[in-house]
Design a protein around this ligand. Structure first.
Ligand code: PMP
Ligand code: GLN
Length: 385
């Protein structure tokens, strides 16, 4: 008997650039400033709480939508930071990371032939899920050099088939932020449409130079038609825990939960209890993140200022784009591979985030969620360029 050969549902998809770069960095012993992954630990108290809850017998299935104490703590945070009042029972769903929140939300909302608007560069997980649902991605380039929305293009693209507009603010990989004016403008454009908004805000607490982050959570008109996604992995330096949540009006949350209950059913119970306790004990945790990451950004940029790389300080996230056109004329994919193999520094090219990518762009992304010594070691190698 001959085993059947699968027909790929995602023929254009390979292994993500983040996985490829981290694996190669490990094999080659390179410094990994590629994938967005901290090389330091979550807060010690939070780790102790996880152990405490594992030892304390919190080891069986959590409620499908999330542990009540955690959802209550999230609701308090939404009120405190964004002045948004939510019904924690009906409007907050705890998910297996931001990734699952994005995936379950897209699956809940997108039917075959529905159109979904993505802005390029776009995080890599959105499009494959839309395609699995039979949806059609309309990818609109962000303007350069500021990575803003081209409003005329968006207005011209919206139509009766548009089901979803995917936002990512703070933006990976550019660090650009949407302003209050942007959110107002989007609300106005969407008013006559039946489109929903999926706002990927996993870097919500990493915003620099005194800027204020404008969340869709703080925009009542958009919030009525939006799913807002957050990640505890980013907020607590714990990307490996794969825990996050999404906030959406009750009718929308009901549909998302129908999918979530079959994607994961429920999320790791001891982690949920530990995070709920930590949020109550340390509500100020988020407040120190801007200074913490801004110091790392500033260190990296100070070190890079003696190299031939060109950059604009990133406004947010833990990513910095650098222009290497003074160093090499290789494409970004070839340059980051060369840099990894010859210089021993892993970076992420920008082209995998884009469908149409201007071949003359010479930009790669560096992650600065790293110990200062890691940043110093990476910069010392980059100084040889
Ligand atoms: N969205 C963006 C823009 C990201 O960079 C990431 C990081 N992996 C995610 C979503 C996924 O978050 P999580 O690790 O919580 O699944
Ligand atoms: N979000 C991370 C990044 O942009 C990668 C996460 C992943 O590897 N899927 O680097």
């Amino acid at each position: 008997m001959v085993a059947p050969v699968p027909v790929s549902r995602l023929p254009k998809v390979g292994t993500t650039i983040f996985t490829v770069m981290s694996r190669l960095a490990g094999e080659l012993g390179a410094i990994n400033t590629g994938q967005g992954v901290p090389d330091f630990d979550p807060p010690e108290r939070l780790c102790d709480l996880v152990v405490q809850h594992v030892r304390g017998g919190r080891n069986q299935y959590a409620p499908m939508a999330g542990v009540a104490e955690l959802r209550a703590a999230i609701a308090e945070k939404l009120q405190r930071l964004y002045r948004r009042s939510v019904d924690a029972q009906a409007e907050i769903t705890v998910t297996a990371g931001g990734t699952e929140a994005l995936c379950s939300s897209i699956q809940a909302l997108v039917s075959p032939a529905d159109e979904v608007i993505l802005f390029d560069p776009a995080y890599d997980s959105y499009e494959p899920v839309v395609e699995l649902c039979g949806g059609i991605c309309r990818r609109l380039p962000l303007t350069r050099p500021d990575f803003g929305i081209d409003w005329d293009l968006l207005a011209a693209t919206l139509n009766h088939r548009t089901r979803l507009v995917v936002l990512n603010t703070p933006h990976n990989p550019s660090g650009a932020l949407l302003t209050r004016g942007d959110l107002d403008r989007l609300a106005e454009l969407l008013r006559p449409t039946a489109a929903f908004v999926l706002s990927d805000e996993v870097y919500e607490h990493m915003v620099f130079d005194g800027r204020v982050f404008e969340s869709v959570n703080g925009h009542p008109e958009l919030a009525e038609r939006a799913v807002v996604v957050s990640s505890f992995g980013k907020t607590y330096h714990a990307t490996g825990w794969k825990i996050g949540y999404c906030v959406a009006p009750a009718a929308l949350s009901t549909e998302i939960r129908k999918v979530h209950q079959f994607n994961t059913f429920a999320v790791a119970t001891p982690l949920q209890h530990a995070i709920a306790d930590f949020m109550r004990e340390c509500p100020e945790w988020e407040l120190q993140l801007p200074a913490f990451y801004q110091a790392k950004r500033d260190l990296l940029l100070r070190l890079l200022s003696s190299t031939r790389l060109i950059f604009q300080p990133t406004e947010s996230t833990y990513f910095q784009l650098v222009d290497y056109s003074a160093v090499s004329s290789l494409s970004d994919a070839d340059f980051s591979m060369w840099l990894l193999r010859e210089v021993g520094v892993a970076t992420i090219p920008v082209s995998p985030f884009c469908r149409s990518y201007a071949a003359e762009q010479r930009v790669v992304r560096l992650c600065f969620a790293k110990q200062d010594d890691t940043l110093r070691a990476a910069a010392a190698r980059l100084a040889s360029l």
